[in-house]
Design a protein around this ligand. Sequence first.
Ligand SMILES: Nc1ncnc2c1ncn2[C@@H]1O[C@H](COP(=O)(O)OP(=O)(O)OP(=O)(O)O)[C@@H](O)[C@H]1O
Ligand SMILES: [Mg+2]
Length: 362
Amino acid sequence: MTQSSVGIRLENVSAVFRHPDRGLVPAVREIDLEVRPGELLTLLGPSGCGKTTTLRMIAGFQEPSEGTIHIGDKDVTRVPANRRDIGFVFQNYALFPHLSVFENVAYGLRVRRMKPVEIAPAVDQVLAMVGLDGFGGRLPSELSGGQQQRVALARAIVIRPRVLLFDEPLSNLDAKLRLQMRDEIRKLQKMLGTTAVYVTHDQDEAMAISDRIAVMEDGRISQIGTAEDLYRRPASAFIAQFIGRANLLAGTVVERSDGMVTLETAGQRSAFRSAVLAVPGETLCAVLRPESISIGNTGDGMVAKVASSTYLGDKIEYSVIVGEDALKIVRFDPPEAERFEAGEEVRIRFPREGVQLLPAKR
Ligand SMILES: Nc1ncnc2c1ncn2[C@@H]1O[C@H](COP(=O)(O)OP(=O)(O)OP(=O)(O)O)[C@@H](O)[C@H]1O
Ligand SMILES: [Mg+2]
């Protein structure tokens, strides 16, 4: 974090769109969100959940129908976009096609009336930062998609904004470039110390790039935390399945004592350490990550039947049946003795600690 990093605060922010047929459509509903100074926070969620709308309200491209937005100590709710001191990187790059790379990047500085003698070194410096040394004279049409996105990034950072906003900046790039660019964006953001909000619907990307992730669902933020918080302690079945892969094993609570909750599924019991206020007779779902379930052919554990076994080199993926549920299991590089084929009866064991128990889906 640099000295000048600022936080962003959204309080009770909503956005409503007027739709010709459907009337007023809420896109964002009463959001409270705090982005810490120097932090990269990601808004993650499925299509239509309100990510872009939230980002556009922070940028000032869209006025909230309710609530306030602060950048640093300043209430910017009614401040126009061009006075919010923000750099925005769009999915489609949004470069000026008729301007050279140099002029695309210089544009924001010219608008700010920077002296021409200061513009050239500033532009050259950010072009070097994004790996585009010597590309200043080209037109956007003479660049690859990845290079165009670098120009867009350079254009956003050259004005040294207090806040950087990214809306799915990598989704037009191929898979390999996406991985490379996300590392570069993260490095650059940390080096500059600029507070950033990043929008994606790709959970891998969110986990790799973010300090914290806010999961959005239907216009609301349903959970906010580090990638590890969300993976280990998902607040809902939706989040459990959205962040990584998860088995949701439903069971009836048969006992609760000494901080352990015992669930019964298909006549078989398993106990988990949990602080949830479980009532005997109620149904809960255990969030079981595929890599946390062990599989063997002896000892205790639940009896299950292997439905499929897929060898993938570094790991084997199993699907096993318990009662009416199919569970995914992943074992990394298991020894020969721990490999099972479809049709075999096996014993599966769950971790007793660190398993999240959630109310069953209705
Ligand atoms: N200008 C608009 N007029 C009317 N409705 C809109 C407008 N912009 C967005 N919406 C609606 O608001 C909701 C949220 O849209 P938003 O673009 O914020 O979603 P998103 O999370 O960014 O989705 P995606 O991942 O598809 O980009 C959607 O239901 C969308 O149809
Ligand atoms: Mg969007």
